[in-house]
Write a protein that binds this ligand. Sequence first.
Ligand code: 13P
Length: 246
Amino acid sequence: MRRKLVVGNWKMHGNRAANAQLLAGLKEAGPWNADVAVCVPFLYIAETALALTGASIAYGSQDVSAHEQGAYTGEVSSAMLADVGCRYAIVGHSERRAYHAESDQLVADKAKAALAHGVTPIVCVGETRAEREAGQTEAVVKRQLAAVIHTLGHCTGEMVVAYEPVWAIGTGLTATPEQAQAVHAVLRAQLHAATEHSDRVQILYGGSMNAANAASLLAQPDIDGGLIGGASLKAPDFLQIIAAAS
Ligand code: 13P
């Protein structure tokens, strides 16, 4: 039985005061019978680490450079993330694929760079509304995951995957548990064909997950947790999702 994993993706929200309040609210509630993490803006990772001292909550970033080090202005390496104690790095979020033109191969290279320093990549895949309506959902997510599997090779079993249908992100439109499970099953089968460790890969669902819909999504056999945007910014909402997972 895989342990559930609930990850808050703060995106570009927050400030020092609000973050401190949110983290204090989370810290006093643990521990849980589930893995919990927050992925915060780079700038706030160090303070998050401090605020979470002694808590059973991991933390991570929302992106990472594919490069090891060097003249890459504005980038943050996985060695740096490991240096400040990051457990996770989200890679290939649809907002980065869309607004920063990240290709499947770049996402795969970022995942590999993260793993090289012991940071677990949370690899996001997902189709747009147009792709779903054109019947391309399966082909799109398989193509996105295939690039990562090809690049990670024998380390494929070390990543976390997040299925985030683009049409469900920040829209209040959630995939139904059956829609999500169908895609998760496709991803699980693809992982199974690639690695003998597929059973340990946590596949998260993301896209308007909230306190009301979390339990039914998390009850699906291949939904191993959630990647939460908006609902991770308020401690009571995020805690209810964690409770549904644990
Ligand atoms: P929302 O939960 O706000 O829809 O965001 C989902 C997401 O993109 C998490 O990475």
